[in-house]
Structure formats: C-alpha cells, structure tokens
Design a protein. Structure first.
Length: 211
C-alpha cells in the first residue's frame, strides 16, 4: 500500500481521542486492504470489523456505510497528496506544466492500486448523506492542490474556477477508466488536453491583471 499510504484525517483529529484515532485508522486500513484484494465488492463491513479488531457496532459508530468508509479513505488519500505536494512542489515553468505534473503524480499513484481506486470511486455515486458531507472537503482539498500548482503567488477567483473544472475533468476521466471504458493512459491524455485548453500550451504565466 505504498502509493496509497493512509494518514490521519486532520478534520477528525480534534474531535477524537488518541485511542479513537488509532481505532479509526485501523478501520480505514482494513477497508483499503480488503479493497486491494477484491475491489468494491470485497469491502464488507463485517469483514472490515474483523480485520480491524473492532465490534461491528463500533465500526458503524465511525462510518454509517461502506460507501462512507471508502470515501473517508479517499479523503485521506487526498490529504496525503496535499502533504506530498507541500514536501515536493509541482515542477514546471508554467501553470499548465505544474498542474499536469501534480495530476500525473496523483493519477499514477491511484493507478498503481486499481482495485482500491475503483472501490473508492464507485462509492461516490452513493446517495448516502454522509458520503456527500465527506466528499465536500475532498473536493475543496483537491481544488486547493490544483490552485497552488496554477499560481505560486496569491491565487484569484479565476484560478479557483479553472482548478475546479480541471478537477472535474480528472475525476470524470478516472471514473471512465475504472468503468473499463478506456485505457489507463487515457486519463492523463484527457486531463492534459483540458489543462492546455484552460491554461495554454506552455506559455509563460500571466499575472491576474494580464488575463
């Protein structure tokens, strides 16, 4: 699970004791391990509880459904990506080059664990209210990552709007891939095309006043 190493989800940290955080982490890790073995279908709450060493009732106090659990795992993956981007900033002279670098690294990490990625993405279509609530900060974190790559200085609303569109293209391309409707390479190709359309094809960065 190197590419999908889990970190503690910061938004839950202040509300949980150390023991609760450790228990939650075991639950998330168990779900990821099961997903790695058999994808979405392999993640059964009873199996997760057994692997994590917690009672089934305890598991449900943390996560209302397996979809909620898997989307929470995705939130931690995005938190890991944000941490790595802070440690190793995006490379490139232009906004387009930096965004492509960020999303290439994220895509390849996800594609190294296709079963896990498929399980997490399939959970997104759940009508569960907890899934929607958990996904909102995930989307915001991902947008922030792309915004940072677009503009190393103070980003403006234009940067944020562009980042949201690019993020949506990326997510749709990943969903297309996990559904078996396109090869893995197609994700990067489509994202790169969207980035070049929105940010240009290698031009030097423009200041907000020059846009």
């Amino acid at each position: 699970m190197n590419a999908l190493r889990v970190v503690q989800q910061s938004e839950d940290g202040p509300r949980l004791t150390r023991v609760q955080r450790e228990r939650r982490q075991r639950i998330v890790n168990a779900a990821l391990n099961l997903a790695a073995q058999g994808g979405y279908e392999a993640v059964q709450m009873r199996e997760v509880a057994a692997m994590a060493g917690v009672a089934l009732g305890t598991l449900y106090r943390y996560f209302s459904s397996k979809e909620h659990l898997l989307v929470a795992a995705m939130a931690e993956q995005v938190a890991t990506l944000r941490q790595r981007m802070a440690e190793r900033p995006a490379r490139g002279e232009t906004s387009a080059e930096r965004v492509i670098d960020v999303l290439r690294r994220a895509t390849r990490a996800l594609q190294r664990e296709p079963q896990v990625t498929s399980a997490m993405l399939k959970s997104l279509i759940s009508p569960n209210a907890d899934v929607a609530e958990t996904m909102q900060p995930v989307g915001e974190m991902m947008t922030d990552i792309v915004v940072t790559a677009i503009h190393h200085a103070a980003p403006d609303e234009h940067d944020r709007s562009v980042a949201m569109v690019i993020q949506h293209v990326w997510m749709a391309s990943l969903l297309w891939w996990v559904a078996g409707l396109g090869p893995a390479r197609q994700v990067e190709d489509r994202v790169n095309a969207a980035v070049h359309l929105l940010l240009g094809n290698g031009e030097e960065d423009a200041t907000p006043a020059e846009r």
